[in-house]
Ligand binder design. Structure first.
Ligand SMILES: [Zn+2]
Length: 476
């Protein structure tokens, strides 16, 4: 970085005085050939944008550039002249920022979007989701559902998602085929699930997932016991052993509803399964001792405000947990309880919801952006690889236009991103150094048409079955 870098506050003032947002222009990818033999050759150069690094100092940079080679960031700053790039993206009129991290999803559930709304969590699961899943969920369902979810997430600027579902190996494959980064959590329950008759079987699936994907650049395998109310203490302990043995995350739904107040972090601690490998989704109703336990063990909490609102779960004490040093990221949850995978919408909602529950200064725009980027990376225990634009990290990067009518004028670029920007303002998405979308057009390797065709077929099949009789009490 050189002299232009400064703190966010200083930079915001600088940006006020700088005509950095000009009318929208296509940011062409150019094949570049430099005349200088001294320049270092790299794969991709993104330059000439307002760079939000989210590094430790939260530095921002006008006319910043990012140099990328072999999927990693090799340089950041006013560095464009130093490199000869095979491809160059001019980020004029755009923000260059870290890819967003969706910390909690059930990706294939996009296929159940809108199938059962306006219900309490317990009834929604017992009478709708679990019975429908028992009949519908198979490898075909999760593969095409995940690919559809990936398209939606890419369009909304998500580059990494933390998933937990059934047939997770197929989900990992679907995400990997598209080119997205995923923590893929194999779900475990004591009862029969779509991919396992017993808990033992699903634990074995998690072990084979861990072995198969351990060296993947895009897929991080994980084990995902569903929740303390569907998984016994003994099974939770077995899952913990697998997490330790294979050094993989342990993902779980925790304290989502009031009814779960006795099975929160303190309960997990008593079982000996709390650790800095745990990623706990929701945590809406933690007790004081739960919060202390979450902080003490370095557990990552994933706040899912829209899902919590839709299912009337309540308002998570995010402001209090942040003050007490709990690591907190942001997630959408599955599209059956959201009903989208839109992290820009989630950021705005997260901030507003804390203000509704507290005071207007709670959960600032910057804090929310941190939750969706660098602090989200900390919450999923991947901050050494992703979450900020820094030398050595994986090249997961977005270009976001902030020149649409709903964004003009710009006084504060962070405020603009959180409170005014829509996911449709995301222009270009790079994951692991590969361009997955440019100027809102998917890479040639991605066939939206084929995905839509398969999804249509699955939807028609579900429609037939569900119209006969949705409700069932056969599960749980
Ligand atoms: Zn969930």
């Amino acid at each position: 970085m050189n002299k232009i870098h400064t703190s966010i506050r200083c930079m915001l003032l600088l940006l006020l005085c700088t005509p950095f947002i000009a009318p929208t222009a296509k940011k062409d990818i150019q094949k570049t050939v430099s005349k200088s033999a001294k320049k270092t050759t790299i794969d991709l150069l993104v330059h000439n944008g307002t760079l939000i690094t989210m590094n430790k100092q939260r530095e921002m940079l006008n006319h910043g550039a990012v140099a990328i080679t072999n999927g990693r960031i090799v340089d950041v700053g006013i560095i464009a002249e130093k490199y000869r790039a095979k491809q160059t993206i001019d980020a004029k009129n755009a923000i260059i920022m870290p890819g967003l991290i969706n910390g909690h999803t059930h990706a294939p559930m996009v296929l159940l979007r809108g199938i059962a709304d306006d219900l309490a969590t317990k009834d929604w699961l017992k009478y709708y989701i679990f019975p429908i899943e028992a009949k519908q969920v198979n490898k075909d369902f999760v593969y095409w559902g995940t690919q559809l979810a990936c398209l939606e997430m890419i369009q909304g600027g998500t580059t990494t998602f933390v998933d937990m579902y059934y047939f997770e190996d197929t989900i990992a494959q679907a995400a990997s085929d598209i080119g997205m980064r995923i923590i893929a959590g194999q779900t475990t329950m004591d009862n029969s699930t779509p991919d396992s008759k017993t808990a033992e079987n699903s634990l074995a699936l998690a072990v084979s997932l861990a072995k198969k994907w351990k060296n993947s650049e895009l897929v991080s395998p994980a084990i995902a016991p569903h929740a303390p109310y569907t998984v016994s203490g003994a099974t939770l302990q077995k899952a913990n052993q697998i997490s330790k043995e294979y050094n993989i995350p342990f993902i779980i739904h925790l304290s989502e509803t009031k009814a779960e107040k006795d099975t929160g972090a303190t309960y997990l601690e008593s079982l000996g399964v709390l650790s800095n490998q745990v990623i706990a989704a929701h945590v809406v109703h933690p007790t004081a001792s739960d919060i202390t336990a979450l902080q003490r063990h370095g557990v990552g909490v994933i706040h899912c405000p829209l899902s919590n609102m839709k299912l009337s779960s309540g308002i998570s004490p995010v402001t209090r947990m942040l003050k007490e040093g709990v690591l907190i990221g942001l997630g959408t949850d599955g599209a059956a309880s959201n009903n989208s995978l839109d992290m820009f919408g989630e950021m705005k909602t997260a901030s507003l919801l804390q203000k509704v529950a507290g005071v207007p200064t709670d959960l600032s725009a910057l804090q929310v952006l941190e939750m969706a980027t660098i602090n989200g990376a900390r919450a999923i225990h991947k901050e050494h690889e992703i979450g900020s634009i820094e030398k050595g990290k994986r090249a997961d990067i977005l270009l976001v236009n902030i020149d649409a009518i709903h964004q003009v004028p710009v006084y504060n670029v962070i405020s603009q991103l959180v409170y005014a920007t829509k996911s449709s303002d995301v222009q270009t998405v790079i994951v692991n150094g590969k361009i997955l979308m440019h100027d809102r057009i998917f890479a040639k390797s991605i066939s939206e048409k084929a995905i839509r065709k398969h999804v249509k077929k699955i939807q028609q099949h579900i429609q037939k079955t569900v119209s006969k009789k949705t409700a069932s009490t056969s599960i749980r």
